[in-house]
Design a protein around this ligand. Structure first.
Ligand SMILES: [Zn+2]
Length: 143
């Protein structure tokens, strides 16, 4: 099902609101994401930093993990908002995590000034790692 203009506007608003809840005392780079499920539910998330930098979680994965925890694993769209005046794209880790559930989903990129660009995950991340392929390789071919 295609995302409507109204749904996109709502997702962008939700992502901007989620950004306000970011915990980013180290980078001061706040990010918010709002994820629309196939069923029409919206889950949002913000980046949560940690003084041990590698433990930081991005807004996009925060939203995905909340949705999955609630039993939702099929997504139509995600909007991503930051304080940057350039479009913010998801990092590689987030692209991989989103791809696990909905490899062709819509991705809405925004700027702090309200510029919006709609793209798709398969355009941003055309060849994801797919462990499901492991099951398709016959044992006899493994050398
Ligand atoms: Zn990320």
């Amino acid at each position: 099902m295609k995302t409507t203009r109204k749904e996109r506007e709502e997702l962008v608003q939700r992502a901007m609101l989620a950004k306000r809840r970011a915990y980013a005392p180290y980078s001061n780079f706040r990010v918010g994401a709002a994820l629309l499920t196939k069923e029409g539910d919206v889950f949002d998330g913000s980046n949560v930093e940690n003084s041990s930098y590698s433990l930081t979680i991005c807004a996009e994965r925060n939203a995905v993990f909340q949705a999955v925890h609630a039993g939702k694993t099929r997504f139509r769209s995600i909007a991503i908002a930051s304080d940057d005046d350039e479009l913010l794209t998801p990092c590689g880790a987030c692209r991989q995590v989103l791809s696990e559930f909905s490899p062709t989903m819509e991705v809405i990129l925004t700027t702090v000034d309200g510029h919006v660009r709609v793209t798709s995950l398969d355009r941003l991340f055309p060849m994801p790692a797919d462990l499901k392929k492991l099951a398709r390789v016959p044992r006899t071919r493994k050398k």
